[in-house]
Design a protein around this ligand. Structure first.
Ligand SMILES: NC(=O)c1ccc[n+]([C@@H]2O[C@H](COP(=O)([O-])OP(=O)(O)OC[C@H]3O[C@@H](n4cnc5c(N)ncnc54)[C@H](OP(=O)(O)O)[C@@H]3O)[C@@H](O)[C@H]2O)c1
Length: 159
C-alpha cells in the first residue's frame, strides 16, 4: 500500500499553532490540491476541523478520532491507525495530510513525502517529527527563494 506524507514544514519543524497553519503560500495550497485530488486523504480530527472547507472536495476523507460514534457526513471516521490501513486505498497513493500527532504515527509507514520546506523558524505548538534524511532519497527539489517567506518543494522517496 502506498502511504505518502504531504506537509509544509519550517526549518525548526514547526507546522502549526492554535490549530492553524503558520504561513500562507497560495502556490503551496494549489500544489496540495493538484497532488491530492482524486485520492484518499487521511487526517487527525484536529486537522479536519482546521480545514476552511470540509470535507475537501473531490477527495475521499478518512478522519482519525477516538471520540466514539463520531459521525461526519461524507467522511470515514476510524479510531486507530490499524483501521485506517484496513480501509485505505489499495490501488492508489493515500495521502497523510496531518497534523503533528498523525504524521508522527505514519512517518515510519510512509514510502514517499512531499515536503514544502519554509526557510524560516516559527513559534509553534505542533511540530513535525525529526526526519532522518539518511532514510530518504531526494527525488526532486524546486526552490522559491524570492518568495516571502522563501520555500522549497522537495519530493523524497524512502530508500
Ligand atoms: N503545515 C502543515 O502541512 C500542516 C498540515 C496539517 C495540519 N497542520 C497543523 O497541525 C495542527 C494539528 O495537529 P495536531 O497534532 O494538533 O492534531 P491532529 O494530528 O490533526 O489530530 C489529533 C487528533 O487525531 C486523533 N488521533 C490521532 N491519532 C489517533 C489514533 N492513533 N487513534 C485514535 N485517534 C487518533 C485524536 O482525535 P480525538 O481527540 O478525537 O480522539 C487526536 O486528538 C494544526 O495547527 C494544523 O494547522 C499543519
Amino acid at each position: 500500500m502506498d502511504i505518502t506524507i504531504i506537509v509544509a514544514i519550517a526549518e525548526n519543524n514547526a507546522i502549526g499553532k492554535n490549530n492553524d497553519l503558520l504561513w500562507h503560500i497560495s502556490g503551496d495550497l494549489k500544489r496540495f490540491k493538484e497532488i491530492t485530488t482524486g485520492h484518499t486523504i487521511i487526517m487527525g480530527r484536529k486537522t479536519y476541523l482546521s480545514l476552511p472547507k470540509r470535507p475537501l472536495p473531490n477527495r475521499r476523507s478518512i478522519v482519525i478520532s477516538d471520540i466514539a460514534n463520531e459521525c461526519i457526513p461524507n467522511v470515514d471516521v476510524v479510531d486507530s491507525i490499524e483501521n485506517v490501513l484496513k480501509i485505505a486505498d489499495k490501488e492508489k497513493e493515500n495521502f497523510i495530510i496531518g497534523g503533528g500527532m498523525v504524521y508522527k504515527q505514519f512517518l515510519p509507514l510512509a514510502n514517499k513525502m512531499y515536503l514544502t520546506v519554509v526557510h524560516k523558524e516559527y513559534d509553534a505548538d505542533v511540530y513535525f517529527p525529526e526526519i532522518n534524511f539518511e532514510d530518504w532519497e531526494i527525488q526532486n527539489k524546486e526552490e522559491h527563494l524570492d518568495h516571502e517567506p522563501p520555500f522549497s518543494y522537495m519530493t523524497l522517496i524512502k530508500k
